[in-house]
Design a protein around this ligand. Structure first.
Ligand code: FAD
Length: 322
């Protein structure tokens, strides 16, 4: 028996969320008294693979096939299912990011395994297997029991953190036979967004809402983001109005993010907005209205005009950096 963890790489590099996935999966495997097998797909340097050893990945299967450098969900799901069967997996763990969301349900169908997405912590119980996740747009937690012999879970960002258990990783090369029909639809090229911190990966997010009053007032938001090497985000009306692009919209109908620091300027804190940011480790709200609901979820609140406060924060961070 084993726990399988899918370690996605981005152009041959792992991210912090991959190391968190390995930390989580190592602890889960140890609680289940089974081995951990970390699977990497696509070309990647051995040194990068071995960096997973810091978090307890003693066994790594590398599907080092250039045909699989760009993620194709049908192909990746097939590869992971074949490896899960070969390794007699009891649980398959993926990150709850775009890749995990695309692959996990396919593995679940192929393996006839029960699946739960965006798990918040280690299972509440191993037998029966019960996991905890947010439900009703983050307003409540649900405990979900998976009864099938094999299970597939995706884990929410920042649900476990990084736990170092340094081991010497052993890397095995393995390329399973994949039906050529699965390559029918292929991503030929990926273009990376340049000079911008990607919102879903960002540790710090500066977000603004309708309180900024006009798209012309975004300068202070971008200045603070630049000083803090942060991503920018916005509330839904802001993107609906076309003040900012929809890729920045967070909330129930936008992106769900979990940065270490979320600064919300001129955002009222409607429940639909909070649904996308409540997993942030620290929320700082700037609002002129002391009764704004955002202060109910914020760790720190600043009552005042965002147009005045954002430049002062930028200046203070700039000074403290120099
Ligand atoms: C089905 C559904 C789904 C939705 N999904 C989402 C979603 O995914 N994401 C989302 O964001 N919303 C979503 N909404 C909309 C949501 O209900 C709110 O209307 C929206 O979040 C409000 O955006 P806002 O806070 O920017 O604007 P407002 O509610 O207008 O708030 C502006 C805030 O700025 C403050 N302010 C004004 N001037 C200043 C100033 N100079 N300095 C500082 N503060 C100031 C005000 O006091 C106020 O609190 C959804 C709604 C529905 C019905």
């Amino acid at each position: 028996m084993s726990v399988i963890a899918f370690a996605k790489n981005w152009n041959g590099k792992f991210k912090g969320s991959t190391y968190e996935l390995v930390s989580y999966s190592k602890k889960l495997a140890s609680d289940l008294s089974v081995g951990l097998v970390v699977v990497s797909i696509g070309e990647i340097a051995e040194e990068e693979l071995k960096s997973l050893g810091k978090y307890g990945a003693d066994r790594i299967i590398s599907v080092n096939d250039p045909k699989m450098n760009i993620l194709t969900s049908r192909v990746y799901a097939d590869v992971l299912t074949k490896i899960s069967e070969k390794e007699n997996a009891s649980v398959v763990v993926l990150n709850d990011n775009n890749s995990g969301k695309a692959i996990a349900p396919r593995i679940s169908v192929k393996m006839k395994a029960g699946m739960v997405a965006a798990v918040q912590e280690l299972p509440v119980s191993l037998d029966p297997f019960i996991v905890k996740k947010r439900v009703f747009s983050g307003k409540a937690f649900g405990h979900v029991q998976i009864d099938s012999p094999q299970k597939v879970i995706t884990i929410a960002k920042n649900c476990f953190g990084l736990v170092e258990i340094p081991v010497e990783s052993v890397v095995e090369e393995y390329i399973p036979e994949v039906d050529t029909a699965l390559f029918k639809v292929q991503v030929l090229e990926e273009e990376e967004q340049k000079n911008k911190v990607i919102l879903s990966d960002a540790d710090i997010v500066i977000s603004a809402g309708r309180g900024m009053r006009s798209p012309d007032n975004w300068g202070p938001v971008e200045d603070l983001a630049e000083v803090l090497n942060a991503a920018t985000a916005c509330s839904r009306p802001v993107s609906d109005e076309g003040w900012r692009g929809h890729e920045e919209h967070v909330g129930q109908t936008g992106k769900v993010i979990a940065p270490n620091l979320y600064i919300a300027a001129g955002i009222s804190g409607a429940i639909q907005h909070v649904a996308g940011i409540s997993r942030s480790k620290c929320i700082v709200a700037i609002n002129t209205d002391p009764e704004a609901p955002i202060f109910g979820v914020a760790d720190y609140g600043i009552i005042g005009d965002a147009m005045e406060i954002l430049p002062r924060l930028t200046e203070a961070f700039r000074n403290s950096k120099s």
